[in-house]
Design a protein around this ligand. Structure first.
Ligand code: GP9
Ligand code: MN
Length: 668
């Protein structure tokens, strides 16, 4: 029995309510959002061409083909839910990208409390124009509600439960027989399979082809996320990220490729052999049994060291300390998505942070030759100090593995001077030094992480001591204020150490963890008063200062050879007279006169002669090779050998960490 509602607009409504129409509307809206996100990225060499849109549609089909297999209401509800979830995901990626120039990944999301903690920062990353991103919800949500719970639908549901069911495909309300119901079921099954096959053809097909041709090595684990996105698009990028996470965490972890293991072994054998070559040993063990204090400064960059604004030095205390310390003027942060935790990882473990997520979060139980564990085995008291939640970046767990005796986190401090995220750096330093003098034995290794100069850098008026002139009220101006504040706190800390008689018994180091996420070239040009090219900007955003004060103030001066966070552990060991040979470290020893190669997580590298900046698509030839002496572009081939070595290093480090090879090698 067939009953058709006599309405003139029935055909139009039938068309609009047809499952295929709803599905196409869903796909178009999500595609538009992906395009909107893409336009917001402003990434070099990354365009969203026709084929990228085809891949995006294919990925959408793969993500949603199953909705065809649901009854009509289930299909509508699922499409609406997918729509909301995908909108949220794409938007979250957009906001995350504005801050990190990267995309969200599962390991990052599992640290969701951190996203919470970004609080104020997030507010500055949300723009009014983002409204358009959600504008379609004004129509999509009411329509979904009407379709799901509307009166007409309910009445049909009631009657259909007796004699038939709703068939929107011809625009009417039709009470159908079991035979036509079967027919429809077959049609739905077929539609789902078609979407699945089409999705595979449109998305998986081209991506697989790319991974075998121009994007060779795409799945080898050291592609930067943005480069991966360039090949796969956003949805497939997330799909692959979820797949990798599940693969890593469910069941036994996959075995490393034997060829990769051999490559790792060969690298470390080679490193060990070249370490034993006669080198400058003048400082080896000169400061044996000294205390070691390393301070990692939040977002503390190099470009403002020694600079003034309105006649006032930005970092007067740091500048003063430089006179009796070593200042490494081309010291690079080598961090990835794990930000502060990556800087910590690089400096204390001397391996490269991972291409995705934070090693602290992903592999806190793997074996490492950490600086605190080595010093502990030499009788040191090893302690970490950071006045924030102990679980942030999974520190509490990771620090146990790194063999710190104690991690002094927020609960161990009296919050007597709240500022920004937590306790002010001044009070944090004061209380940490107090604990070093009273609660730990000498020699000690103390690792401190500051926090006040965290994005978005807003300080209360009474703590702003600089006149930042034209930058007043801007985030860049606030950043300078904030750094100036931390510098003063550092000055007081050094005074404190001197007063307590610790300064002369201690190797003291200070370095920045990463950049400040302010990427506008014009601001730096204004501040520095000169035009900046891409190399200048790459250096500005990747260089953080390293200051090393030796107990007797020896070896002071400015050191221009490149160095990086991974170099800290091998260099500290050198000063203390502990051989680095048997450890799985990948950093340089800045004191032994060996050649330097500093590799950044995004595939940039420098050897002091050239500086290579990869393009966002990660194709070697699209990158730029600069001659450092002239700061001008040079023949791309001048960087090729270095690029191959840099890529190899990242791959070796990733393999070593991911497959827990240090443990395996030790057991062999
Ligand atoms: C908080 C601090 C900040 O503990 O490490 O982390 P960041 O956001 O810079 O990675
Ligand atoms: Mn940080």
């Amino acid at each position: 029995m067939v009953f058709t509602q006599p309405r003139r607009s029935a055909k139009t409504r039938g068309f609009l309510l047809h499952p295929l129409t709803l599905y196409v509307i869903f796909a178009i809206l999500i595609l538009l959002k992906l395009m909107l996100l893409h336009n917001n990225l402003n990434a070099n060499y990354i365009t969203m061409g026709l084929l990228d849109k085809v891949i995006a549609v294919g990925s959408l089909l793969l993500l949603s083909f199953w909705v065809w297999w649901l009854p009509r209401r289930g299909m509508i509800a699922s499409l609406a839910l997918l729509h909301l979830l995908l909108t949220a995901l794409i938007y979250a990626d957009m906001v995350y990208y504005r801050y990190f120039q990267d995309f969200l990944t599962v390991p990052v999301l599992l640290q969701a409390r951190q996203v919470d903690a970004l609080g104020d920062s997030i507010a500055t990353l949300i723009y009014a124009r983002d409204f358009w991103f959600f504008a379609d919800w004004l129509i999509v949500i009411p329509c979904a509600v009407i379709l799901l719970f509307g009166r007409r639908h309910r009445s049909v549901q009631t009657s259909s439960s007796n004699t038939g069911s709703y068939n929107g495909s011809d625009g009417g309300y039709i009470l159908t027989s079991p035979t036509s119901r079967k027919k429809r079921l077959r049609r739905r099954l077929l539609a789902g399979f078609t979407a699945l096959v089409l999705g595979l053809g449109l998305a998986a097909g081209p991506i697989y082809y790319y991974s075998k041709t121009w994007a060779k090595g795409l799945f080898d684990n050291n592609w930067w996320n943005v480069s991966m996105y360039n090949v796969t698009g956003l949805l497939a990028f997330h799909g692959y990220d979820v797949y990798t996470y599940v693969k890593d965490h469910i069941g036994s972890s996959p075995e490393a490729d034997p060829a990769d293991i051999e490559q790792v072994k060969a690298y470390f054998t080679d490193r060990q052999q070249s370490n034993t070559v006669e080198r400058d040993q003048a400082l080896f063990g000169k400061y044996k049994d000294s205390n070691v204090i390393i301070v990692q400064g939040e977002a503390f960059m190099n470009f403002m060291i020694g600079k003034s604004i309105g006649g006032q030095e930005i970092t007067p205390h740091f500048n003063e300390l430089m006179k009796e310390s070593q200042y490494y003027s081309h010291f690079y942060h080598q961090t990835g998505q794990g930000r502060t935790s990556d800087a910590d990882f690089g400096a204390n473990i001397s391996l490269h942070p991972l291409p995705v997520g934070s090693a602290f979060v992903r592999y806190p139980d793997h074996a490492y030759d950490s600086l605190p564990s080595i010093l502990k085995s030499q009788g040191y008291s090893t302690n970490a100090f950071h006045a924030y939640e102990s679980s942030f970046w999974n520190r509490y767990t990771m620090y146990q593995n790194m063999k710190y005796d104690k991690f002094y986190s927020k609960n161990d401090f009296v919050v007597d001077d709240p500022l920004g995220w937590s306790l002010s750096d001044s009070s944090f330093f004061r209380q940490s030094v107090e604990k070093m003098s009273s609660e730990v034995h000498e020699p000690f290794y103390s690792f401190l992480i500051t926090l006040t100069s965290h994005h978005p850098y807003s300080l209360p008026k009474d703590k702003q001591q600089l006149d930042v002139g034209e930058f007043q009220g801007t985030m860049f101006g606030n950043y300078l204020q904030s750094v100036h504040y931390v510098d003063a706190a550092l000055g007081s800390m050094v005074e404190d150490l001197k007063n307590r008689g610790l300064w002369k018994k201690t190797i003291f180091m200070f370095y920045g963890d990463h950049d400040n996420s302010i990427t506008d070239t014009a601001l730096y040009e204004k501040f520095l008063g000169r035009p900046l090219n891409d190399l200048d900007m790459a250096q500005i955003m990747s260089e953080v200062p390293l200051l090393v004060h030796l107990p007797d103030g020896a070896e002071a001066g400015t050191f221009e050879k490149p160095s990086g966070q991974l170099d800290i552990t091998p260099s500290v060991l050198h000063l203390l007279g502990i051989s680095d040979d048997s450890y799985y470290h990948m950093g340089n020893n800045v004191y032994d006169g060996s050649e330097r190669m500093v590799v950044l997580r995004n595939g940039s590298f420098t050897d002091g002669q050239v500086f290579y900046i990869p393009s966002d698509d990660y194709i070697y030839a699209n990158g730029t090779c600069y001659e450092l002496s002239t700061h001008a572009k040079t023949d791309i081939n001048a960087c090729k050998a270095g690029f191959d070595r840099a890529s190899e290093r990242l791959h070796i480090s990733d393999t070593l960490i991911t497959h827990d090879l240090i443990r395996q090698f030790r057991e062999e």
